[in-house]
Write a protein that binds this ligand. Structure first.
Ligand code: LER
Ligand code: MN
Length: 266
């Protein structure tokens, strides 16, 4: 299993991510033995790609998070205003260009879809940004998010329906165990059902701490992913407690242990 850790490159309001001194956190991820980092970026136009690449120093970037564009700047694909929707699309296009520049294959569509609004606008915006993503050779993943954060796309099934409606070959699925634990009636069955389109996975326990700190059976999840021959990254997206460094260390240790004890349950 390829293991990654979600780190915020810029300041963020999002609580379930390693944040602070991003270059030091990237170095820490490297020294612990992570295979990659996932980077959350609020505004790619404020990022100097050259210094980011220097700081990565060869460390792969598994995916780029974009939710801060909504949480900080209020941009979403379902906003009632057409000009805000246009700005959200431009922002995501900019994420795609930065991702392409730094060799990151996936851009995440999380809360940039908004908390409520018209599905028609979401489909239309996704169609357009999929074309822009295609032009720079990156893929997008839509992440089902639990009902307490958004009304739009809470389950794997609704995400697969959306992917069908958009009809773009470069739109896939990200499943996050924290959200699955709230929304999926049968998380194991959902993983299996979506296997063809599953391109990225977030690991966080039921309390959003490192795997092992709550009650999700990660050996079972890892067993399913192994049996499905899932080839993407598993990225820990966790509340950085007691501090980011120890949370990163605990997450890696427990993800490796889950992979080691994974029972092939298919
Ligand atoms: C982002 O990956 C996520 O899981 C969401 O909870 C963001 O609000
Ligand atoms: Mn997530």
């Amino acid at each position: 299993m390829k293991l990654s850790i979600a780190i915020s490159w810029q300041e963020t309001k999002f609580g379930a991510i390693a944040k602070g001194d991003a270059p030091a956190l990237i170095d820490h991820a490297k020294s612990l033995g992570y295979d990659a980092v996932e980077l959350a970026v609020c505004n790619p136009d404020a990022v100097d790609a050259e210094s980011l690449l220097r700081c990565l120093n060869g460390m792969p970037v598994s995916a780029m998070g974009t939710g801060q564009a909504f949480l900080t700047d209020g941009l979403s694909f379902t906003d009632g205003s057409a000009s805000v929707r246009r700005s959200a699309m431009e922002r995501l296009a900019s994420h795609c260009r930065l991702a392409s520049r730094i060799g990151c294959p996936l851009v995440i569509v999380g809360l940039i879809r908004g908390r409520s609004g018209k599905q028609r606008n979401l489909v239309e915006c996704l169609r357009r940004v999929c074309i822009l993503a295609e032009e720079v050779g990156v893929r997008l993943v839509i992440e089902p998010i639990n009902r307490y954060e958004t009304e739009l796309v809470n389950t794997a099934e609704s995400a697969m329906e959306l992917i069908d409606q958009v009809g773009a070959a470069n739109l896939g699925l990200l499943l996050d165990t924290f959200h699955m634990n709230i929304e999926e009636s049968n998380p194991a069955a959902s993983l299996i059902k979506c296997k063809e389109r599953l391109w990225h996975v977030h690991f966080a326990d039921s309390n959003r701490l490192s795997p092992g700190a709550g009650h999700i059976d990660f050996a079972q999840v890892a067993g399913i992913l192994q049996a499905l021959k899932y080839g993407g990254y598993i990225s820990a997206e966790i509340v950085p407690k007691p501090d980011a460094q120890s949370a990163m260390e605990n997450a890696l240790h427990n993800m490796r242990r889950s992979a080691g004890t994974a029972a092939s349950t298919l």
